[in-house]
Design a protein around this ligand. Structure first.
Ligand code: HEM
Length: 521
C-alpha cells in the first residue's frame, strides 16, 4: 500500500515534467532539422525532396505502396530526389530516362549494395545478391551466371534438357490444380506455384525434385514468401535499427526473416555437403557440382568454399519467389479477363493442336502469349522497386550530384507507367506488344523494366522468360481458369520486394485429354 502511494505520487510528480521535456526536445530537434534542411537546400548540398522529420525522416509518408508514393513525389520534385528514412539518406530514381542514365551510363557507380544488417544476414553474409560491388562479387556473379547458362541455354542439348524440366513441372502443376478443383472447389494457387518454382530450381541444383506432398519441403517453403518483406526497398529495420529493441510489428517481421533464412540456408548446406561427399570431377551431375568445381577446384579462385552454398541458395531463393509471384498474377489476370483467356485458348489450339503440349519452338507462333506475359509484367510491375542499390563513388545524374555510399531506390514501376513511353499506361492491353503482323514487337517489350538493368541486372531473366512462357502455355493448353464469384476479384496486393496478390479463389477445368511428360529429375 505504501509502495502504491509512493509510486503514484512519483508518477504525478514526473508527469508534470516528462511531458514538457519531451515536447521541448522534439521542438528542438524539429527546429535543428528544419535549419539544416533549409541551409543544405540553399547551398545546393541537398537534392530536392520532401522535408524529413526528426528520428523517422519520411518513413511515415511511404504509405502502403511506396512505389506509388515515389512516383507521386517525382511529379513534385523531379525524377531524381532525396528522402530520409530513419538515419539513412536515400536517393530515389524514377522514370525511364533517369534510371537508364544511372544504371547504364554509370553502371559501376550504381552497382553497390547498402551495408544493411538484413543483407548481411542472407547466406552467412556471402550472398551474391546482397553483397557490395567488389572484385570478389564480380568473380561470384561470373560463376553463378556461367553455371546457370550451362544448365539452361549454353547449347541445344542443355536448352532441351531445361525445357523438359520445365514441362515436367508444369504438367505436374496441372494435375495438382485439377485435384484441388475436385467437385468444383475453389482454391488459392500461390503455395503450389511456390512449390513448383522451387522444385524446378532444386531439379537443376540438386538433380532432384520434391513431390507437392513432401512435408519437409513444404514446411520449409511455407514462410519463404515472407523473405521479401524485409529486403524490399522501404523496409524499416535497416534504417531504424532501434526498432529491434522493443516489441513491434517491424521486429516481428525481422525475427521471421532471420529464422526462415537460417532454415533455408541449413537445407541448402545439407544438400551441398552431400554433393561434396560424392563429388566426381569427371561427372558433373547438376548445378551444385558445377559450382563446387568452379569455386573449389579452380586455381586462384577469389572465392572460398563457403561461397558454394551461398551461390546455390542465391539461385534457388532468387528464382522461386519472383517466379511464383509472376504465375500468381498471370492466373489472376486470366480470370479477370476471360475474353483474353478464350482468345489465348483459341490461338494455342490453332497453332499447337490438342495432341501435344506447347514447346519453346511454338513461341514465335504464340506471340500473344508472350505479349500477355509482358503486359502482366508491365501493368502489375510485381517487382516495383529493385533491391536497394548504393553508389560506389560520387556520381551525377540528370545534373544532380549524388555522393559515394548513398542508398539508392530504383522505381521500376515508374518506368512501366511512364506516360512518355506508354500510351494509356493504366490500361491492361497485351496487344500493345504486337506489331502490325501480329509478331512480338521487340522494341516495345524491351522497354518493360522488371529485371532491372546495368551491372546488377537479374541473372535469371532469360531462364525466367522461358519458364513463364512454358508454364503459361501448358496451363492454358490443358485448363480453363474460373474465379470464385463469391469473392470479388481485385488487383489489391501486399507490398514487399515482390507485390503479391491478396488471396483469391480459382478453379480449373480440364480442356480435352490430360497430357504429361514425366519428370526427368
Ligand atoms: C519473373 C522472374 C524474375 C524477376 C521479375 C526477377 C527480378 C529481379 C530483380 C528486379 C533483381 C534485382 C536487380 C537490381 O537490384 O537491380 C534480381 C536480381 C537477381 N536475380 Fe532475378 N528475377 C526473376 C527470376 C530470377 C531467376 C529465375 C533467377 C535464378 C535462377 C534469378 C536470379 C537473380 C540473382 C542471382 C539476382 C542478384 C543479381 C545481383 O545482385 O548481381 N532471378 N532479379
Amino acid at each position: 500500500m505504501a509502495f502504491e502511494l509512493k509510486s503514484s505520487s512519483i508518477i504525478r510528480e514526473w508527469s508534470g515534467q516528462v511531458h514538457p521535456a519531451l515536447v521541448a526536445s522534439f521542438v528542438f530537434l524539429f527546429c535543428l532539422e528544419a535549419c539544416l534542411w533549409v541551409r543544405n537546400l540553399r547551398l545546393k548540398r541537398r537534392l530536392p525532396g520532401p522535408f524529413a522529420w526528426p528520428v523517422v525522416g519520411n518513413a511515415m509518408q511511404l504509405g502502403q505502396m511506396p512505389h506509388i508514393t515515389f512516383a507521386k513525389l517525382a511529379k513534385k520534385y523531379g525524377s531524381v530526389y532525396q528522402i530520409r528514412l530513419g538515419c539513412s539518406d536515400v536517393v530515389v530514381l524514377n522514370g525511364d530516362r533517369a534510371i537508364r542514365e544511372a544504371l547504364i551510363q554509370h553502371s559501376t557507380e550504381f552497382a553497390g549494395r547498402p551495408k544493411f544488417v538484413s543483407f548481411q544476414m542472407v547466406s552467412g553474409g556471402r550472398s551474391l545478391t546482397f553483397t557490395n560491388y567488389s572484385k570478389q562479387w564480380k568473380a561470384h556473379r561470373k560463376v553463378a551466371q556461367s553455371t546457370l547458362r550451362a544448365f539452361s541455354s549454353a547449347n541445344s542439348q542443355t536448352k532441351t534438357a531445361f525445357e523438359q524440366h520445365v514441362l515436367a513441372e508444369a504438367s505436374e502443376l496441372v494435375q495438382v490444380f485439377l485435384h484441388h478443383s475436385t467437385d468444383g472447389r475453389y482454391f488459392y494457387p500461390a503455395y503450389e506455384l511456390t512449390v513448383a518454382a522451387a522444385n524446378l530450381m532444386c531439379a537443376l541444383c540438386f538433380g532432384r525434385r520434391y513431390g507437392h506432398s513432401d512435408e519437409e519441403f513444404r514446411t520449409m517453403l511455407e514462410r519463404i514468401d515472407k523473405f521479401g518483406e524485409t529486403v524490399g526497398a522501404g523496409s524499416l529495420v535497416d534504417v531504424m535499427p532501434w526498432l529491434q529493441s522493443f516489441p513491434n510489428p517491424v521486429r516481428n517481421v525481422y525475427e521471421t526473416f532471420k529464422s526462415l533464412n537460417e532454415e533455408f540456408f541449413t537445407f541448402v548446406k545439407d544438400k551441398v555437403a552431400q554433393h561434396r561427399d560424392s563429388f566426381n570431377p569427371e561427372a558433373t551431375r547438376d548445378m551444385s557440382d558445377a559450382i563446387i568445381r568452379g569455386i573449389e577446384h579452380e586455381q586462384d579462385s577469389l572465392l572460398t568454399k563457403e561461397f558454394v552454398e551461398a551461390t546455390v541458395a542465391d539461385l534457388i531463393g532468387a528464382g522461386q519467389d519472383t517466379m511464383s509471384t509472376a504465375m500468381q498474377w498471370i492466373i489472376l489476370l486470366l480470370v479477370k479477363y476471360p475474353d483474353m483467356q478464350a482468345k489465348l485458348h483459341r490461338l494455342i489450339d490453332d497453332k499447337v493442336g490438342r495432341d501435344r503440349l506447347p514447346s519453346v519452338e511454338d513461341r514465335s507462333s504464340l506471340a500473344l502469349v508472350d505479349a500477355f506475359i509482358f503486359e502482366t509484367m508491365r501493368f502489375i510491375s510485381f517487382v516495383p522497386l529493385t533491391i536497394p542499390h548504393s553508389t560506389t563513388s560520387d556520381v551525377t545524374v540528370e545534373g544532380l550530384y549524388i555522393p559515394k555510399d548513398t542508398v539508392v531506390f530504383i522505381n521500376q514501376w515508374s518506368v512501366n507507367h511512364d506516360p512518355l513511353k506508354w500510351k494509356d499506361p493504366h490500361v491492361f492491353d497485351p496487344t500493345r506488344f504486337l506489331d502490325e503482323n501480329g509478331a512480338l514487337d521487340r522494341d516495345t517489350s524491351g522497354n518493360v523494366m522488371i529485371f532491372s538493368t546495368g551491372k546488377r541486372r537479374c541473372i535469371g531473366s532469360q531462364v525466367a522468360k522461358v519458364q513463364v512462357f512454358l508454364f503459361t502455355a501448358v496451363l492454358l493448353h490443358q485448363c480453363t481458369f474460373e474465379g470464385d464469384p463469391s469473392v470479388p476479384l481485385t488487383l489489391d496486393c501486399s507490398y514487399g520486394l515482390a507485390l503479391k496478390p491478396l488471396q483469391f479463389g480459382v478453379r480449373t477445368k480440364l480442356r480435352g485429354k490430360l497430357l504429361g511428360t514425366g519428370s526427368p529429375a
